[in-house]
Design a protein around this ligand. Structure first.
Ligand SMILES: [Cu+2]
Length: 225
């Protein structure tokens, strides 16, 4: 009798998370994006559009407040929930450095609609939530697959471009950084400088992964303070 109470409590505490974990695993393996969702990465600082939506709303995606507080994430999630869940898969393969062969004006933020009709909502113009930055700021890649990088190219929109009203084209971008290579790691960080800007801009990061010709294209909305 004395031992029964603590033992039972311990069992119940352990059982609930275990059941949740098993259910979660089954759901993950049944889901169509199980493979791709586990093996890529994105820019998490300043947050890429899809990653930012997942970060802010991933565990609160049924909250009706999203429509008012984060309308661009809301429209993306309504268009297809996978746009948020699959934040790490904004890439094209075998471009041989010719980005514009697949990424056309107006489709830069979806990486040329990388997810085949699922992600073009990321290109929509409007009040995307921004991250405050100064003229010097860090770019942080989080990569669940540790692909490494041949290089990164970081572009920032020119002063005068307005992400809330203007569709993003290649001509709107200014190259501010080209990095060297990085060995495989889950986190890669480097700093860039983009002076002479104020207000809402788009940071456009191109990440050339090292394991094969796989190139990621990521829009991060920033507010230059
Ligand atoms: Cu990958």
């Amino acid at each position: 009798m004395y031992a029964a109470t603590p033992v039972r409590r311990w069992t119940v505490r352990l059982a609930a998370p275990a059941v949740a974990a098993v259910v979660g695993l089954i759901a993950l393996f049944l889901s169509p994006w199980a493979q791709s969702a586990s093996a890529h990465g994105s820019i998490v600082e300043p947050a890429g559009r899809a990653y930012g939506c997942w970060d802010r709303w991933g565990d609160d995606h049924m909250n009706p407040a999203m429509e008012q507080e984060d309308p661009m994430c809301y429209q993306a999630f309504q268009a297809n929930p996978n746009t948020m869940w699959n934040w790490m898969s904004l890439f094209q393969e075998n471009l041989a450095g010719n980005w514009q062969s697949k990424i056309s004006n107006g489709n830069l933020c979806s990486a040329g609609d990388a997810q085949g009709g699922l992600a073009s909502s990321l290109d929509n113009v409007g009040p995307w939530t921004t991250t405050d930055v100064g003229s010097n700021f860090n770019v942080h890649l989080y990569d669940t697959a540790s692909h490494g990088a041949d290089f990164f190219e970081v572009y920032v929109t020119k002063q005068g471009f307005n992400p809330e009203t203007d569709a993003l084209g290649w001509d709107d971008l200014e190259l501010v950084e080209t990095t060297g290579s990085y060995p495989p790691a889950s986190d890669i960080e480097f700093s860039v400088s983009a002076p002479g800007r104020s207000g809402h801009h788009i940071v456009y990061t191109i990440w050339q992964a090292s394991h094969l010709d796989q190139t990621y294209f990521i829009c991060s909305d920033v507010n230059f303070t």
